[in-house]
Ligand binder design. Structure first.
Ligand SMILES: CCCNc1ncnc2c1ncn2[C@@H]1O[C@H](/C=C/CNC(=O)c2cc(-c3ccc(F)cc3)cc(O)c2O)[C@@H](O)[C@H]1O
Ligand SMILES: [Mg+2]
Length: 214
């Protein structure tokens, strides 16, 4: 049996990026996925919006739901201040293994903790496992029908505080209509849509930024 798409993505990083240089890892993946083989990374255009929101929030503790190959983990971790951390949740062990290697190639393994398992099981264990009180930033990029249940779970587990920023990928394509309804009609969130394009295509997509008001 041949290689998988994530394995080919890792090979492209090892071939074209410079070890310890996160930007070269990001560029190598974007080049590969734009010119060789599409993959569901947040990508370079929405990635610039992710970068700007991250720079604005400057989180100490960030959470990502849906690591996949670690592209957005690298984008997030490269912008974190010293002593700030990213916890990223991935339930597919094969994807987690590739992500671990891509994050390490970028030299960001000390800032990123990949937790393997389903988000619904792991979110309630976050406080005890990582000794954290709450997250300052959450990037949602896993199954789109899980954005609402996992956001509610984060609220119930007291993992959101006043000012926590949720940033959700794909709210237009593939779409997360229930999530948009949830955060936009909810007095506990202040939401804003950042219009962009589906990664490596001309189709519309965008990110929804929602500030938890406590
Ligand atoms: C129990 C399920 C919920 N909990 C979960 N806990 C932990 N990890 C979870 C996860 N769900 C999914 N994952 C992981 O997240 C990733 C899934 C992401 C889903 N993303 C998409 O479907 C997606 C899809 C597209 C897409 C857009 C257009 C198109 F034609 C085809 C695809 C674009 C994107 O940017 C996407 O993010 C995988 O690595 C999966 O293993
Ligand atoms: Mg996505």
């Amino acid at each position: 049996t041949g290689s998988s798409r994530p394995q080919r993505m890792l090979k492209a990083v090892q071939k074209n990026a410079t070890k310890g240089d996160p930007q070269s890892v990001i560029s190598a993946i974007d080049y590969y996925c734009r010119h060789k083989e599409w993959a569901m990374n947040v990508g370079d255009e929405k990635g610039l919006i992710l970068d700007s929101v991250l720079t604005e929030v400057n989180p100490s503790m960030a959470l990502e739901l849906g690591t996949y190959c670690g592209y957005s983990s690298v984008r997030i971790a490269r912008l974190l201040s010293p002593n700030s951390k990213l916890i990223t949740v991935e339930f597919n062990p094969a994807f987690a293994a590739i992500a671990r290697q891509i994050i390490a190639y970028a030299g960001l393994q000390d800032k990123v903790t990949i937790v393997e398992g389903p988000s619904a099981d792991l979110i309630p264990k976050m406080k005890e496992r990582f000794g954290l009180k709450s997250f300052d930033f959450v990037f949602l990029d896993h199954w789109k029908d899980r954005y609402v249940p996992d956001t509610k779970l984060l609220e119930e587990c007291g993992l959101l505080k006043k000012g926590t920023v949720l940033l959700a990928d794909n709210v237009i394509c593939p779409g997360a209509p229930e999530y948009l309804k949830y955060v936009r009609n909810n007095p506990r969130y202040e939401s804003r849509y950042y219009k962009s394009y589906l990664e490596y295509t001309k189709a519309e997509d965008g990110l929804e930024k929602s500030v938890f008001l406590g």
